[in-house]
Write a protein that binds this ligand. Structure first.
Ligand SMILES: *Cc1c(COP(=O)(O)O)cnc(C)c1O
Length: 383
């Protein structure tokens, strides 16, 4: 088989329709290109999507997390419990507001923060929890909010990857405390860069607006005051127009992802890779939006390391990614006292995980090609 002739299959690729591209051109011609009417429409569409809760849009899902922490009153002296198996933004923002991240290891099956360990990590200084729904799979949301209520903790949900995910039929973001989303191009819905915060009430929403732009409040024609220390996190109208074009399709996007993931399971289960010990994600077709499809490699049974495995995929024209190395092993975190061995499940996951291609414009034929490559590499390099 001459796989060289097949086009390269990236691990992710956003789908932007022609109507959106036209809409962006219209915004560019309109004379108003930064935060304005498109941003307002995008926020209204998101608010409707999240059951009418107040929503504010931002220029990143990192900004939303940081501002979510500020709105929750998290600052110096406070501890925030989170997972070491996430994009480093999740815990960098805790340092950014002057607080201290406290990690709780993951459940190796769900790859999400282990809620039993969250309870054990609570101290008198704990102020908030940042759960992450890795690859779009929520944690046990009932249990999460039971813990938060019992210990009077705020929750800033890092739902960056979970737009369209549900819990017992309710959309993530449509309930809970403060919920943060990212619209980075790799996410299920993109605004090129961007993010959104779902808030509890108008008071929080007002604060969220201030933090977004220098802490400014305008009144009348010429009134202006600055009463909190805000930053520069507003979303441009060009980006908001992209997001609007995406939200119209989010349910179809997520349905297509689920369909592709079903094909992954069908083709991998019982195959050479799984027999060798390749780990698959939890087969959740109820709650997850399937932001990613991540396998884990049985490195002790392979004559290749992870980079070698990824290189073999690349030689077959297939892209892959790593989401994510354990956060506490990064230099910045080691310098602050974290050590290898502290969170063994996250360390193992971070060292063995590979993200396979998953995006809406892929076909089931592409999935078959990836699975054949994974099985072939395992046959060739298994020991
Ligand atoms: C993408 C992501 C973020 C950050 O979002 P940006 O828009 O890239 O700033 C934070 N947390 C998680 C889990 C993410 O996947």
């Amino acid at each position: 088989m001459s796989q060289e002739s097949l086009p390269f299959l990236p691990f992710v690729k956003p789908e932007i329709d022609e109507e959106t591209i036209q809409g962006v051109a219209d915004v560019l011609r309109s004379g108003w290109i930064t935060t304005g009417p498109q941003n307002q429409k995008f926020e209204a569409a998101l608010s409707e999507y999240f059951g009418g809760r107040p929503v504010r849009a931002y220029n990143s899902g990192t900004a939303t997390l940081e501002i979510g922490l500020r709105i929750a009153g998290v600052g110096p002296g406070d501890e925030v419990i989170t997972t070491p198996a996430s994009w480093v933004a999740t815990s960098n923002v805790i340092y950014e507001v002057g607080a201290t991240p406290v990690f709780a290891d993951i459940d190796p099956v769900t790859r999400n923060i282990d809620l039993d360990l969250v309870e054990k990590a609570i101290t008198p200084r704990t102020k908030a929890i940042i759960p992450v729904y890795l690859a779009g799979l929520p944690v046990d949301m009932d249990r999460l909010y039971e813990i938060a209520r019992a210990h009077q903790l705020r929750v800033i949900e890092d739902a960056a990857q979970a737009i369209g995910s549900t819990w017992k039929g309710k959309r993530i973001g449509a309930f809970g405390d403060i919920v943060s989303f990212s619209f980075h191009p790799n996410k299920n819905l993109t605004s090129i860069e961007g993010g959104a915060l779902v808030l509890n009430n108008e008071e929080e929403a007002t604060l969220a607006t201030k933090y977004r732009l220098q802490g400014i409040t305008r009144t009348g024609f010429d009134g202006m005051d600055c009463d909190v220390l805000g930053g520069k996190y507003n979303l441009t109208d060009v980006a908001a127009r992209v997001g609007l074009g995406q939200i119209a399709h989010i349910e179809r996007f997520n349905a297509q992802r689920r369909q592709l993931v079903r094909a992954y399971f069908e083709r991998l289960e019982g195959g050479a890779a799984v027999k060798l010990g390749i780990g698959l994600p939890v087969a959740d077709f109820e709650n997850s939006n399937w932001h990613m499809f991540q396998i884990t490699l049985p490195l002790e049974r392979l004559k290749l390391d992870r980079a070698g495995f990824m290189e073999q995929l690349k030689l077959r024209g297939i892209g892959s990614g790593v989401h994510y190395p354990a956060i506490h092993l990064f230099t910045l975190y080691r310098e602050r006292g974290f050590k290898p061995g502290m969170f063994p499940h996250a360390e193992r996951f971070g060292a063995t995980t590979v993200t396979l291609p998953l995006f809406t414009q892929m076909t089931e034929g592409d999935v078959a090609r990836v699975c054949a490559a994974v099985n072939e590499i395992c046959e060739q390099y298994g020991k």
